[in-house]
Design a protein around this ligand. Structure first.
Ligand SMILES: C[S@@+](CC[C@H](N)C(=O)[O-])C[C@H]1O[C@@H](n2cnc3c(N)ncnc32)[C@H](O)[C@@H]1O
Length: 229
């Protein structure tokens, strides 16, 4: 059976990195690098969005565990990490509390029961998916969120001049026929429309240059916070 483009992209990326670099470096680079700093920033974002001790979080596209590592240092939550690459999940397990659960999932649905999560986070994941794939995840995330629960995700947008770097890099790779992995931009009006169609309330967009969480630098990608009423 043909795999999704994102499975092929990430399997290839991770295999190349593991073959050519020490494991800690490979696992950090595979998810964008700066493992502990970005983990701390992502933790500040989910706290800002309302995550508190005792709550349950699903981390879609958890990768090698940047957020899981940071959460394990400072919070006591029920955590489920989901990804499409087993090697990333295996590594994340070694960097986070033993109570954290990890699941390999290669569908466009969330492997969790209805109304079972207080928050779903997806950092730098929808940036690699087709819009219809993101929409299907958002639809299913609404199912797994409890009423009042929140979806928090980061995205790239053309309105932010700094994000242009990602697009121009992709264009150059395409020019050289290097088959770059997909870097997808999403505009705020699309997110608002999807939120309306799916029955979310959009609580906030946080600009990539802002850091309203105060105790950590900004994330660079823009953040959306949507709430299931
Ligand atoms: C840029 S990394 C970010 C990882 C992690 N969220 C973080 O911020 O450290 C993107 C991650 O999304 C995963 N991914 C890509 N497509 C996915 C999908 N359809 N479902 C779940 N995870 C996916 C990749 O395997 C990779 O681990």
């Amino acid at each position: 059976m043909a795999e999704f483009h994102f499975v092929e992209d990430y399997e290839r990326l991770v295999a190349n990195l593991v073959a050519t670099r020490p494991i800690d470096e490979a696992m950090a680079v595979a998810v964008g690098g700066d493992f502990e700093n970005i983990g701390r920033i992502e933790r500040s974002v989910v706290r800002h969005a309302g995550l508190r001790d005792g709550m349950s979080l699903i981390d879609l596209g958890c990768g090698s565990g940047r957020l899981a590592w940071a959460l394990g240092q400072a919070m006591r939550i029920d955590y489920l990490g989901i990804d499409i690459v087993q090697a990333l999940l295996d590594y994340a397990k070694t960097r986070s509390p033993s109570t954290y659960r990890y699941v390999l999932n290669r569908t466009l649905a969330i492997p969790a029961p209805d109304a079972s999560a207080d928050m779903v986070a997806a950092f730098s994941v929808f940036t690699h998916l087709l819009h219809a794939e993101t929409y299907l995840y958002m639809e299913d995330i609404k199912r797994v969120l409890r009423p009042g629960g929140r979806l928090v995700f980061s995205f790239l947008e053309f309105a932010n001049p700094e994000h242009w770097l990602v697009f121009s890099g992709t264009v150059e790779a395409q020019r050289k026929s290097e088959t770059p992995h997909l870097n997808q931009f999403i505009e705020r009006n699309a997110i608002d429309l999807w939120a309306t169609k799916l029955g979310y309330e959009r609580e906030a967009f946080i600009d990539g240059a802002d850091a309203p969480w105060g105790d950590a630098p900004n994330l660079w990608q823009t953040v959306a916070i949507l709430r299931r009423p």
